[in-house]
Design a protein around this ligand. Structure first.
Ligand SMILES: Cc1cc2nc3c(=O)[nH]c(=O)nc-3n(C[C@H](O)[C@H](O)[C@H](O)COP(=O)(O)OP(=O)(O)OC[C@H]3O[C@@H](n4cnc5c(N)ncnc54)[C@H](O)[C@@H]3O)c2cc1C
Length: 391
């Protein structure tokens, strides 16, 4: 079988590449080893797919080369994708500022992408692993259950390692290495953090407690909700900061973000001098957490017994609370994989390899990882569009 373009991976980036390339008249075959296309899209956004973020900027992405994503993002904006969603009459809403979700179901996004593929004459084959991929005269060749395939361009759209049960594999990284590309160290991102030993014991029984915090690690800060879990901490603020945290680095949370905690405690003392600190803190934080803080860390006395300096100290502690995480929950629950194919050897305008003409990398397999909130799909659409225009 002869094609112009062979796309490996029928996920977000692979399908977008195929739609754009097919629309340009290229003969495109998309193969995926999973039993259906777009499995991560189906799971995403709690089944409603947070398909883009209208506030997308290059600053929302982690990469060893922060400039790499700029060109593709500028040429395919959230509004380009929204236009496609609108053309297919898929109703959507803005959940939190910038984050767009389907009103009904992520299935509509997969349906839309497959309909666009069909309209562009793209062939999409699932349950279709490809082996023995190699460069051959004028392109690439490989073996599939459909038979021997040859194509002038090969697009690697195999995504990251997160959630192996959804079809994730290291195939794209292996392929990159096969063609001489460096793969930067991989680790789970947008992932809950685990606590162990005494650090876990101190939070025991608090599972389910959620509160707004500002979580900080390695120079990044995210203000959003934190959730205490059976195994550690999660919630959007922790997921976001997990992409910046590494074992051994400092992780701090401000438990009263936006407030001067010392000042708040001093006014509470003036108003309710006989009340105990834990009662006052229970008005500012979830009660179970406030009680635990006073059992384990902060001495609990009637407010009138604290001097200004002590209340300021307690306020400073609450604003810079250390969380001693032992690790992450790993790829089993991570939304993304940090690291990946080194962008130094890939063209930022076409996504083509600088080592092997005709070889392209799109989406999460590249060392470009978005924050939580629709940015990862926007990268998949934008990088897919860039490659689709070039293949
Ligand atoms: C639970 C969950 C929820 C998420 N929610 C959101 C969200 O709401 N918004 C957002 O922006 N991002 C979200 N993400 C991240 C987002 O899904 C990914 O960043 C995005 O799908 C990456 O697109 P991709 O095309 O590069 O990879 P994928 O969409 O993962 O597609 C890769 C495809 O390659 C196939 N493949 C892998 N190995 C092989 C192989 N050896 N042979 C053939 N095919 C192969 C896979 O089966 C898969 O279909 C979520 C991720 C998870 C895990």
């Amino acid at each position: 079988m002869e094609y112009d373009v062979l796309v490996v991976g029928a996920g977000a980036a692979g399908l977008m590449t195929a739609i754009v390339a097919g629309g340009r008249g290229r003969r495109v075959l998309v193969v995926d080893h999973a039993n259906r296309a777009g499995k991560k899209i189906l799971m995403s956004g709690g089944g409603r797919c947070n398909f883009t973020n209208t506030a997308t900027t290059p600053a929302n992405f982690l990469s060893a080369n922060p400039h790499f994503c700029k060109s593709a993002l500028a040429r395919y904006t959230p509004w380009d994708f929204i236009a496609m969603v609108d053309r297919h009459r898929i109703a959507w809403h803005e959940k939190s500022p910038g984050q767009l979700f389907c009103d009904e179901s992520s299935k509509q996004i997969v349906r839309m992408l497959l309909d666009e593929c069909a309209a562009a004459g793209v062939r999409v084959e699932t349950n279709c692993p490809v082996t023995r991929l190699r460069a051959s005269a004028g392109g690439f060749s490989g073996e599939t259950p459909l038979g021997h395939v040859r194509a002038a361009s090969l697009v690697v759209a195999t995504g990251g390692l997160s959630i192996p049960s959804l079809g994730a594999s290291g195939f794209g990284y292996d392929l990159a290495r096969q063609f001489g590309h460096a793969v930067l160290p991989l680790r789970a991102g947008l992932v809950p953090l685990t606590l162990s030993g005494k650090h876990q014991e101190r939070f025991e029984g608090l599972s389910g407690v959620a509160l707004p915090v500002e979580a900080r690690a390695n120079g990044a800060a995210f203000r959003d909700a934190m959730l205490i879990t059976h195994r550690g901490v999660s919630g959007p603020a922790i997921l976001q900061v997990s992409s910046y945290w590494e074992p051994g680095t400092d992780l701090r949370v401000d438990l009263l973000p936006g407030a001067d905690a010392g000042e708040t405690l001093r006014s509470a003392r003036a108003e309710r001098p006989a009340a105990e600190l834990k009662t006052i803190l229970s008005g500012l934080l979830p009660r179970r957490l406030a009680e635990r803080l006073c059992e384990v860390w902060i001495p609990n006395r009637p407010m009138r017994q604290y001097r200004d300096a002590e209340l300021n100290d307690i306020g400073a502690q609450l604003a810079d609370w250390p969380i001693v995480a032992s690790g992450t929950e790993g790829y089993r629950t991570a939304e993304v994989t940090l690291g990946g194919v080194d962008t130094d050897e890939v063209s930022s305008s076409t996504m083509m390899s600088r080592r092997q003409p005709g070889l392209y990398f799109v989406g999460e397999v590249l060392d470009v990882t978005g924050h939580l909130g629709g940015y990862n799909f926007q990268w998949a659409w934008a990088s897919g569009n860039a490659a689709g225009l070039a293949v």
